[in-house]
Design a binder for this molecule. Structure first.
Ligand SMILES: Cc1cc2nc3c(=O)[nH]c(=O)nc-3n(C[C@H](O)[C@H](O)[C@H](O)COP(=O)(O)O)c2cc1C
Length: 359
């Protein structure tokens, strides 16, 4: 069971939540790109669990072991492979789930698809743990993008209905990417979100939310028409993150409430250059970057594993059963998903830039 992404930059993610390790192979990276391991570790730290009330108690070092592809601190052209030990596993947590699939997790579909052979411990290959190697790949790509003037950032746009300060699609700088330890821009909204997660957790429940991501400095012209469009590539990468249920670009579904005269992003000349009067498109028209800030939002569902009683089935005995999921789970996926969304975007954008000859 492996998961692949990319056209010129090919990404493969492997492993299961409770296998020896999870890891990633990145093939096609430009050679001679220096890797700042400190900043990669800092990026991975943003996703790491086990250190606060809003994430899973499963705590691990999450430090990469570089197996290949790096010589003297720089990419050497060979496939870059990095692994992460799964050091903190309690597989017995999943014994009770062997024949009782968790509602809205992948247990039942994986059991049917892989003819009963799938590794169900910790969600197997469907676990949020697989976003650790994705984040490593993203951190590598972010450094290569930053060297070319492309910056990616994200924050929690909303969580359990609590709204953060949204990005301004016309007027953004890198300073807008500054979040606190909790990844909201407005600290008081962040506090309210933390309370909403705690309230749900106290009820044995979970909550979902929306991550907003912006890309600055993407050159106009990156992207392809039809199936190779930037929306297509970003959506494919972002839907690789478990628990994503939707994505919208720019004004997104709100465009359906507008007339063309409101939605159209008019042009004007300033100092001989074509400028935009608005950016409802979110930086993409015809699948191609317009040069304006690229903005999209990804919707995350509430964590499926909850300790409240739910209906399920025992596939062995053929009975209807009630299930309370125990074990270690994120009461909300959204805060840890923020770097995952940045990572998925970075991989998709570097690939798109390579396809278009921009890198
Ligand atoms: C960072 C992250 C952490 C996650 N943590 C959990 C968790 O603790 N418990 C859980 O049931 N699902 C968790 N998930 C979500 C499941 O992996 C996901 O819902 C499941 O694989 C089914 O896939 P789908 O929701 O995309 O359909 C997490 C997802 C991410 C991205």
């Amino acid at each position: 069971m492996s998961s692949y992404f990319g056209e010129k930059l090919r990404l493969q993610i492997f492993g299961q939540s409770h296998s020896e390790a999870v890891g990633v192979v990145l093939d096609g990276l430009p050679p001679g790109e220096g890797l700042d391991m400190k900043s990669i570790d800092a990026f991975l730290e943003r996703r790491r669990g086990g250190k606060n009330a809003w994430s899973t108690p499963r705590a691990e070092a999450d430090l990469p072991e570089i197996v290949s592809g790096v010589v003297n601190g720089a990419t050497c052209g060979a496939p870059l492979c990095a692994t992460f030990a799964n050091a903190n596993k309690i597989s017995s947590d999943y014994d009770a789930l062997a024949d009782v699939p968790r509602p809205s997790h992948a247990d039942l579909n994986a059991r049917v698809k892989y003819k009963g052979a799938a590794d169900q411990r910790g969600g197997g290959h469907f676990s949020g743990r697989l976003t650790l190697p994705l984040c490593f790949a993203g951190a590598v790509c972010l450094q290569i993008l930053e060297r070319r003037g492309v910056r990616v950032g994200a924050h929690i746009y909303s969580l359990a209905g609590v709204r953060d300060k949204p990005y301004d699609p016309m007027n953004m700088t890198e300073a807008d990417f500054t979040n606190g330890a909790f990844p909201a821009r407005d600290p008081s909204a962040g506090e309210e979100m933390i309370r909403a997660i705690a309230d749900a957790a106290a009820d044995g429940d979970s909550v979902g939310g929306i991550v907003e991501c912006a890309v600055l400095g993407l050159p106009q012209g990156v992207g392809e028409p039809m199936f190779g469009g930037l929306e297509n590539r970003l959506a494919a990468a972002v839907f690789g993150i478990p628990a994503v249920k939707g994505i919208e670009f720019g004004a997104g579904f709100a465009v359906t409430y507008m007339r063309g005269s409101d939605n159209n992003d008019g042009y004007y000349f300033k100092d001989g250059q074509v400028k935009l009067r608005s950016n409802h498109a979110g930086g993409i028209v015809g699948g191609i970057a317009s040069g304006a800030p690229l903005i999209f939002r990804a919707a995350f569902k509430p964590t499926p594993s909850i300790s409240r009683e739910q209906g399920s089935v025992n596939l062995r005995s053929g009975e209807n059963v009630s299930l309370r999921v125990s074990g270690r789970h994120d009461p909300c996926i959204v805060p840890r998903a923020v770097p995952c969304v940045e990572a998925a975007a970075a991989v998709a954008l570097l690939d798109a830039m390579m396809v278009g000859g921009f890198v």
